[in-house]
Design a protein around this ligand. Sequence first.
Ligand code: AMP
Length: 395
Amino acid sequence: MKTINDFNFEDKKALIRVDFNVPLNDEFQVTDDTRIQSAKSTIIKILEDGGSCVLMSHLGRPKGVDAKFSLKHIVDKVSEVIGVQVKFVEDCVGEAAEAAVAELKSGEILLLENLRFHGEEKSGDAAFAEQLSKLGDVYVNDAFGTAHRAHASTAVIAQFFPENKCFGHLLAKEIESIDKVLNNSEKPVLAVLGGAKVSSKITVIENILDKVDHLIIGGGMTFTFVKAQGGKIGDSICEDDKMDLALEILEKAKAKNVQIHIPVDVIAANAFDNNAETQISDVTQIPDNWQGLDAGPKSLENFEAVVNQCKTILWNGPLGVFEMESFAQGTIALGNFIDNATKNGAFSLVGGGDSVAAVKQFGFADKVSYVSTGGGAMLESLEGKVLPGIDAILN
Ligand code: AMP
């Protein structure tokens, strides 16, 4: 796996695909600079070598040129985070961009305008990718968040740098972390899959059964499994058309010697409301008109014991409706168990879908071994797919 550490960038222009798709408020100020921070190490290494950086990214989902989605809004923030005044050019291809790159000196950074102002970016147009490729000597992909997309700047462009293409530090770390969980893991391996629906996680579950020793299934998915086995789930969320699939998963897990752990009790509520009345209920005996919205105390005790046994832990999805304080306790407790396990030497990876939001909200981001920066890209990796952005660098 070639990374920027395999190159000396002295007098070279690095064309770096970053993921600066950051949230902006109404005044076009960056409200969360995590993604910019994440690219810092790659940029600094190249500048310290004596090279220069040409940064390209998308922002939002513009349909054509749209000032609202201009990357000029983030120039000051990027300059502040990196500690170098960043230059900006109002297009990502063509004469203006080529002229700005030609003027770029060692130690300087140029940010190109939003790639998605050109429809060719998303369609993966080869001619557009070739135009982009004129803007650097070495192509660096450091955008995990878009690595599952076969876009011009994330995958197609790599063919124009047959020898001079590599991963940035962030993308390399993402790849290593996934590998540490799925392929080179220290046993026992645990995956915790929570969240709302079986249907959105089914491919992950199927792929992961070959990789783990324990699987905790929590959150809204629980009830499809419980009902499929004859339990009474009241008004809890359930995908009736996925019950056969749930039973199949249980069978497969047995055959593969994977221990599945499902909540035995839940916090049931008489409405989907933070202020609803609640009671602790056996997961198979939830009264009519009540719904399970969080894992109960016995379940958490069981989960703690499982987490403590494991040396590798993957966490995807909350154990309850964590957005409401009354139903966030299970997710917080699980975060604490994983924090302890990590302190005791386990490798813990959080990622995929919205998991990162929960982890950040409760302050666990610094307590686990690694928090992935890519929701969709992480999920697809866990599904066992080869991501186009990664494949394009490797092959
Ligand atoms: P996902 O994006 O699949 O990880 O799902 C996250 C969502 O699942 C969050 O918005 C949670 O509120 C929701 N969720 C977790 N547990 C439950 C539950 N017991 N009932 C309904 N929704 C849930």
